[in-house]
Design a protein around this ligand. Structure first.
Ligand SMILES: O=C1O[C@H](COP(=O)(O)O)[C@@H](O)[C@H](O)[C@H]1O
Length: 229
């Protein structure tokens, strides 16, 4: 389903309302809620809007759908972005579970991340995905070293490593099976360029060329697409 907004500010507010409602419903139902968010340039205004929503944030666990193998202090860290923009204001009381660990290798960090995220419980109440202009989502990159494994529905829930030409640093990413059944599954994109990329992804073609297709075609939860020009 496509949710269209007049501009990025209206989208940020609308998405923050929808996410808050889903997290509040989870807290009412089981006393806890979970959300996995994306990094990149798109979600900043949404994070700031969500951070101001009233909610029993102490009962909310926040994590990332993917991360670079860099410490929080690195300017490209998704953890850093979330710490500065989401884990503020009302949401400062939320519990954050990082994917990055200061391990000797990204492989070890992924193992540690898989162990720590296992305590969050499944499925996620909310997953907010982004999409790159190359059709990647999370760190499911075209040409990624472990793309086939990452988007295989038989690959267990957890965090694996990914390397790809367009990715820069080595990545840590939740697998497709971890994300595709969220209570609220959102794809947040902005701009005409991303809308054109989405249209290409919705056309027939190989999932390996545009890995967002795995979510568009095979997610068991309906994908809610939030878009603004
Ligand atoms: O590499 C990444 O990029 C995508 C999209 O980023 P954007 O800057 O085009 O919004 C993001 O969804 C992903 O989490 C991030 O690691």
């Amino acid at each position: 389903m496509l949710h269209t907004f007049e501009n990025g500010t209206a989208l940020a507010e609308g998405l923050a309302d929808a996410v808050r409602a889903r997290l509040a419903a989870a807290i009412n139902a089981r006393g806890a809620a979970s959300i996995a968010v994306s990094g990149g340039s798109t979600p900043k205004a949404f994070f700031q809007a969500l951070s101001q929503r009233e909610l029993d944030w102490a009962k909310v666990t926040v994590t990332l759908v993917d991360e670079r193998f860099v410490p929080q202090e690195n300017e490209r860290s998704n953890h850093g972005l979330v710490a500065q923009n989401l884990l503020q204001n009302e949401a400062a009381k939320a519990h954050f579970v990082p994917l990055y660990h200061a391990a000797a290798t990204a492989e070890e960090a992924a193992t540690l991340a898989s162990q720590s995220v296992a305590a969050i419980g499944t499925p996620f109440d909310v997953v907010v995905l982004g999409m790159g202009t190359d059709g990647h989502t999370a760190s499911f990159f075209p040409g990624g070293t472990r793309l086939k494994e990452a988007i295989d529905p038989a690959t267990p829930r957890g965090v694996i490593t990914m390397e790809a030409e367009g990715a820069g640093e080595i990545r840590l990413t939740f697998t497709f099976s971890s994300l595709q059944d969220a209570g609220l599954l959102v794809l947040h994109i902005e701009g005409d360029g991303k809308k054109e990329v989405l249209a290409r992804a919705e056309a027939p073609g190989d999932e390996a060329e545009m890995p967002i297709r795995a979510m568009l075609r095979r997610a068991t939860s309906p994908l809610q697409i939030y878009w603004a020009p």
